[in-house]
Design a binder for this molecule. Structure first.
Ligand SMILES: Cc1cc2nc3c(=O)[nH]c(=O)nc-3n(C[C@H](O)[C@H](O)[C@H](O)COP(=O)(O)OP(=O)(O)OC[C@H]3O[C@@H](n4cnc5c(N)ncnc54)[C@H](O)[C@@H]3O)c2cc1C
Length: 493
């Protein structure tokens, strides 16, 4: 056992749980406080009327990050993941042909016959470039702790200079360089939405995600639902005698010189510890709890945040053969939509959305012969759309659009309907202004320019999760936990 110090972790998102596991395995005494009534953060679950819905993440890539974590901790993978094939389908408005997106390039090329000439050749060329970007950046920029901006700049200088011109381009421009048809351009650039912005304001360096998506790993679902990840981690943590305290929101702090001595919850209870790891949003927590000027309301609002997500969950009394596990439904105004979706609520008159038929892979999520469906519609966050009194109308319009596109009126089959809009994401999990993925991956908000994973003032306080390094998404939370663990161990040396 390396260490027997007390660690208090604020938040039980994947970042918090993963850090807890890594530290508890080394002998640290880990305790969690969590605002919500159960563990998981955005990777959470709700149940009603016999249906169970994962409320946020519905798949993940880079499974080797989970494998590496379990290896680091010396435990067997506690959940089973299942590769998705097709990865997803894409449905264009007014086009009866559904695109099935596969990792298999020949299967992809077949579907682009008569749409994009020499698709296979172009796609291979595009993916080769994406692979080079991935190989030349992942270890240098993403899986590293930086102690200062010069340290970060030095690291960037190790990236092959042939990628420099990429930094001047958007994701969309890079995809346009390789493909001519609107179908290929839109399908291949869709992944930029997974970063919480659009292909038009996401840097081309993130085309490395296409390498992850199509070549390196593809996408995975978890047997018995995504929440199994959380349940299995919580079980392991409990075996290691970690304590969980739910419905406990931290709102204030106590300190002594350069040490944080206690965090104070809403009921006035002081939580003392040797070390504190903050899994709450790294920018918002510094502003709202630690009262840092750099992260006060005014400065937070000037930062670059990701869009909001309007999510809703339907339990229906029939099976739906018309959809696969993951399905994108696009309108006919991709560029206009993408350019306005962050700021202009009016764009929601023609919503774009994603449908996940959760029960296709996990039949226990719905009663027999029923289907559990999860819809996500990208929307402006609360900075740009404050009034959500029309939430149910937007949901109705999506249900109507979906019904007409699959030629089946699901309205008459709905048993259960639940929703989480930007307000619910904010109020339940403290997501700043309901921004779904936290701080965006704008070039001035990544690496050492992102809120750091160690505190500026308190030497015993560290951060993990989406708004610190390296960024958003489940695999990134796992990488983030490794970076936070390294900080804690260095502090305790
Ligand atoms: C709708 C949606 C769909 C997504 N889909 C995917 C996907 O398919 N694949 C993928 O890889 N990623 C996806 N993501 C992103 C992914 O969910 C996140 O990047 C990841 O779960 C973030 O984990 P985290 O540990 O950083 O933070 P969180 O999950 O946000 O956890 C932070 C925790 O801290 C708690 N907390 C906050 N403030 C306090 C406080 N003051 N006191 C006590 N507790 C506090 C919160 O309640 C929360 O439980 C999706 C996100 C959303 C919103």
């Amino acid at each position: 056992m390396k260490n027997n110090k007390q660690v208090l972790i604020v938040g039980t998102g994947l970042g918090g749980l993963s850090t807890g596991l890594r530290l508890a395995k080394q002998g640290y005494h880990v305790k969690f406080v969590e605002k919500y009534h159960k563990a998981g953060g955005r990777l959470n679950q709700i149940s009603k009327d016999g249906f169970t819905f994962d409320i946020g993440p519905s798949f993940f890539s880079m499974p080797y990050e989970f494998e590496e974590m379990m290896n680091d901790c010396g435990i067997e993978m506690p959940f089973k993941f299942v590769e998705l094939d097709p990865l997803y389908t894409v449905n264009f408005k007014g086009n009866p042909n559904k695109f099935y997106i596969h990792k298999d390039i020949d299967k992809m090329a077949e579907q682009f016959e008569g749409i994009e000439s020499n698709f296979k050749e172009k796609f291979n060329k595009y993916l080769k470039k994406c692979e080079e970007i991935y190989n030349d950046t992942i270890d240098i920029v993403i899986k590293q702790n930086f102690n200062s901006i010069p340290d970060y700049v030095r690291s960037l200088m190790n990236v092959n200079p042939k990628h420099l011109n990429i930094l001047l381009k958007s994701f969309w421009q890079q995809v346009n360089k390789y493909f001519e048809s609107k179908e290929a351009r839109q399908i291949i650039s869709l992944i930029a939405f997974f970063l919480g912005r659009t292909p038009f304001d996401t840097n081309a360096v993130y085309t490395l995600l296409s390498h992850i998506e199509f070549t390196r790993t593809g996408y995975y679902n978890v047997e018995n639902g995504m929440y199994t990840i959380v349940e299995s981690l919580v079980d392991k943590l409990k075996e290691l005698n970690c304590d969980f305290h739910y419905s406990t929101e931290i709102i204030d702090y106590e300190s002594n010189r350069d040490k944080l001595t206690g965090l104070i919850d809403k009921h006035g209870k002081v939580w003392t510890s040797d070390i504190f790891v903050i899994n709450a949003d790294a920018a918002l927590f510094r502003g709202s709890v630690l009262n840092r000027t750099k992260y006060n309301d005014k400065n937070l609002s000037k930062m670059n945040w990701t869009m909001g997500y309007l999510c809703f969950y339907l339990g229906i009394d029939t099976k739906l053969e018309q959809v696969e596990h993951h399905n994108y439904f696009l309108g006919d105004n991709y560029e206009d939509y993408s350019k306005h979706i962050m700021k202009n609520p009016g764009i929601l008159e023609k919503p774009y959305y994603y449908v996940n038929a959760i029960s296709k892979h996990n039949s226990n999520c719905a009663p027999e012969n029923c289907e559990a469906l999860f819809f996500v519609c990208p929307v402006p966050n609360l900075i740009y759309k404050t009034d959500w009194s029309d939430k149910d109308d937007i949901i109705d319009s999506i249900i109507e659009d979906f019904s007409s596109r699959i030629n089946f009126k699901i309205k008459d089959h709905i048993i259960t309907r639940l929703s989480f809009g930007p307000k619910e994401w904010r109020d339940n999990f403290n997501l700043y202004q309901g921004s779904g993925l936290g701080l965006s991956h704008h070039m001035l908000q990544i690496g050492a320019l992102r809120p750091r994973n160690y505190d500026e003032k308190f030497k015993n306080c560290f951060y993990v999760g989406a708004s610190t390094v390296p960024g958003a998404g489940l695999p990134m939370s796992v990488i983030s936990s490794k970076l936070a663990e390294e900080r804690v161990n260095n502090y305790c040396q």
